[in-house]
Design a protein around this ligand. Structure first.
Ligand SMILES: Cc1ncc(COP(=O)(O)O)c(C=O)c1O
Length: 391
């Protein structure tokens, strides 16, 4: 079915300047991976986020997997994670040997709280994955970071949807041990469909990440006096806390990095425009209290997604009318992970997460990509009001 306003899998259109950069990098990047554009992208990203060590990767899932690998899980280790998130927040940690304990979300913010995390802690908790979902930075992130630190637990912030959000001028991703970002097609900025960034605090992680990212490659630790020194570079096993780690190949290409450098100039502007549209939308609907939105007119929310709780069990009828009468594709998002066959088959199908279930069973996510024209946005707004009047 084709919609007047689809829930697009693509977030934004490139400007002529951005397209020019792509063409330039296609011509002048040597090599086409792991060159000067990667270095510049990482430096600019680190400076934008306010951190020291940033590593460009082929996507955020790879960043989550590398974080999981650096946690060095042992038999019986657990990690805490909200079940109300995209699957990539969780399964890389299972893949690397930890068992999930699902944390509930807060009814109003739709993200975890310190309290919901504390309820999941056991003597086996080795890591906490928190997700700044929908583009909303977790209000208690600082307290959660302090709690994790005091208890010797790794904190991984999944910032895939919330790039650029901040509390008291401290950006999401900089509170924990690891910050994970995505430039996937659907995100507020995208490096041609795939891309990610991992930031780390600890120098000992930063020292081995280039090897972990690229097949264990590193420079020879000897003078190459003779041209026949075997191969162009050395390969070795990255070592952490006396243990060897197997490397991966998770590099991002130079063209994507060149584009990423340019897109960072526009990120705040895109976030600002999405925020302004979201707030106008929410304010115009204020008399229809059947819809409960996040209401955050501040840098805490980038409105990657615009979602609402639909009260009185009217979600399905609302969505049906939006689709059939207005040709607008709203969706329902973030099936609690424990309900998926994937997690059930692994034995992780149980969660005590009442708010998560209630939110998922009553939520709606509006089409809200940056490519939407003003006319389409107005149509979305007036159509929503008309449907709300009907139900
Ligand atoms: C919350 C969250 N975490 C992780 C990811 C994974 O990102 P990527 O597609 O870059 O691997 C996504 C992407 O959709 C996401 O929304």
């Amino acid at each position: 079915m084709s919609y007047k306003i689809p829930f697009s899998g693509r977030a934004h259109k490139y400007t002529d300047d951005e397209k020019e950069i792509i063409l330039k990098a296609i011509d002048d990047a040597v090599p086409l991976t792991q060159g000067r554009y990667q270095k510049e992208f990482e430096e600019k990203f680190a400076s934008y986020i306010g951190t020291k060590y940033a590593f460009a990767l082929n996507n955020a899932t790879a960043a989550l997997e590398l974080s999981a690998q650096l946690c060095q899980f042992k038999d019986g280790d657990q990690f805490i994670c909200p079940s109300h998130t995209f699957t990539a927040s969780a399964y890389p940690f299972i893949k690397k040997g930890a068992r999930p304990v699902w944390a509930d979300i807060d009814k109003d913010t739709r993200v975890v709280t310190l309290e919901s995390i504390k309820r999941c802690v056991t003597k086996n908790t080795k890591a906490i994955v928190v997700v700044h979902l929908y583009g909303f930075i977790i209000p208690e992130i600082e307290d959660i970071a302090n709690f994790a630190k005091e208890n010797g637990i790794f904190l991984i912030e999944d910032v895939a949807q919330a790039m650029g959000t901040e509390i008291d001028e401290k950006k999401a991703g900089t509170f924990g041990d690891f910050g994970v970002f995505s430039f996937h097609s659907h995100k507020n900025i995208t490096t041609l469909g795939e891309g990610g960034m991992l930031i780390v605090k600890d120098k000992k992680f930063a020292d081995i990440l280039p090897m972990l990212r690229h097949n264990g490659h590193l420079a020879w630790n000897i003078q190459r006096e003779n041209y026949w020194t075997p191969a162009m570079g050395n390969v070795d096993l990255p070592q952490l806390n006396g243990e060897y780690l197997m490397p991966n190949n998770y590099c991002l290409g130079e063209v994507e990095c060149a584009l990423g450098i340019k897109l960072l100039d526009r990120l705040d502007e895109i976030n600002k425009q999405k925020r302004a549209r979201a707030i106008k939308f929410i304010n115009k609907l204020v008399q229809y209290d059947i819809l409960e939105f996040h209401k955050e007119d501040s840098l805490k929310h980038n409105y990657h997604l615009l979602v609402a709780y639909v009260k009185d069990g009217k979600r399905d009828i609302f969505m049906q009318k939006m689709s059939e009468e207005k040709s607008i594709q709203c969706v329902v998002q973030y099936y609690p992970l424990n309900r998926y066959d994937f997690y059930k088959k692994l034995g992780f199908g149980y969660a005590n997460c009442k708010n998560t279930d209630d939110f998922f069973d009553n939520m709606v996510s509006f089409p809200f990509h940056h490519m939407m024209s003003d006319d389409e946005y107005e149509y979305l707004l007036t159509s929503t009001i008309e449907v709300l009047k009907e139900i």
